[in-house]
Design a protein around this ligand. Structure first.
Ligand code: ADP
Ligand code: MG
Length: 326
């Protein structure tokens, strides 16, 4: 059984302008120990997917579908039950580490609080565990860090503290939403390799949310490409980079500067804009920007299995660029 089974997840927001359809029938599984990359341009519904899983949507949000975690349906759980699951079995790290840490508490007090609250450890044990974890995320001089406050640390250090905090309870699932986007490039790659290492050493599954395919290339086992709140393509990471099957994935790969040499694309943002989430097209949401759109794209394609472990939502049998070069 998968660790996390998301089925037909739908998130919408009531606003004065109408209903914003942020996530539109998303389904995916995540296995224990697996890292799944959730990618897509800004506004494609990645963060709202994460928040819906965690039961943390804004007041004006509505959610439907199903989120089963370790056999338990999370949608519709009482806030009390949900916060127990969240705190001990699911952890989340956000883009902005400064705003996630409490500015008035020392790093040590915050880490210790997590353990005394969720693991019922005594303070002394909790302290030892916290110091050990700060060492594991490679913060120098952990004992001194324990006494410091968030403003005394750099952004990269705060994000390490967040990772330490997220891992303290040995969660089964870590949801990391753009964990390195706010950091400078060298710190980004340090944090990324740290996450890769931690996922290898523990059996924590990671839902890695990012707009950056380069990050996914190094860390994810599988990738789910989202657009306008829907799945466009899902594939094992190497297959996706070597042989994208959806025009949107191809566009993303061509537009992202990447460190790896999987494909030497020219830097080219995909022209045009995503459709309004207030009024989604009835057909393929990407058709308006797709190089290969044709008559049939006025109908929404199914998200279909096209190969072992590969899925796509597109009427084309193969990408035309591939056919030409083949
Ligand atoms: N509380 C809200 N009210 C109305 N619209 C919202 C709210 N929260 C998010 N949205 C909209 O939902 C869409 C998806 O947002 P999000 O999941 O944050 O995108 P991503 O993380 O992929 O950049 C965006 O258009 C965003 O403006
Ligand atoms: Mg986001």
């Amino acid at each position: 059984m998968a660790l996390l089974e998301v089925r037909n997840l739908t998130v919408s927001f009531d606003t004065p302008d109408g209903t914003v359809h942020a996530v539109n029938g998303l389904s995916f599984d995540l296995d224990p120990g697996e890292t799944l990359g959730l990618v897509g341009e800004s506004g494609s519904g990645k963060t709202q997917t994460a928040l819906a899983i965690m039961g943390l949507l804004a007041q004006n949000g509505r959610v439907s579908g199903s989120v089963v975690f370790r056999g338990q349906e999370l949608l519709g759980m009482s806030p009390g039950e949900l916060s127990r699951v969240r705190g001990s079995k699911i952890s989340m790290i956000f883009q902005d580490p400064d705003s996630s840490l409490n500015p008035y508490l020392s790093i040590g007090d915050q880490l210790i609080e997590v353990l005394t609250h969720h693991r019922a450890l005594r303070r002394r044990e909790a302290r030892a565990r916290a110091i050990e974890m700060l060492g594991r995320v490679r913060l120098s001089d952990p004992e001194q860090r324990m006494r410091q406050y968030p403003h005394e640390l750099s952004g990269g250090m705060c994000q390490r503290v967040m990772i330490a905090m997220a891992l303290l309870c040995q969660p089964d699932l870590l949801i990391a939403d753009e964990p390195t986007t706010a950091l400078d490039v060298t710190v980004q790659s340090q944090i990324n390799s740290l996450m890769g290492e931690l996922s290898e050493k523990s059996s924590t599954a990671i839902l890695l949310i990012t707009h950056d395919l380069g990050v996914v290339a190094g860390l994810a086992h599988r990738v789910l490409v989202m657009y306008a709140g829907q799945e466009m393509e899902m594939a094992p990471v190497d297959d996706l980079f070597a042989d994208p099957r959806h025009p949107y994935t191809e566009g993303l790969l061509n537009s992202v500067p990447r460190l790896d040499q999987v494909r030497s694309g020219i830097l080219n943002a995909i022209p045009g804009n995503p459709p309004s989430l207030l009024e989604l097209p009835t057909g393929c949401p990407f058709a308006g920007r797709c190089l290969y759109a044709w008559e049939q794209c006025r109908q929404l394609p199914e998200f279909e299995k096209i190969d072992e472990d590969r899925f796509k939502r597109c009427h084309l049998d193969a990408l035309p660029t591939k056919r030409e070069s083949a």
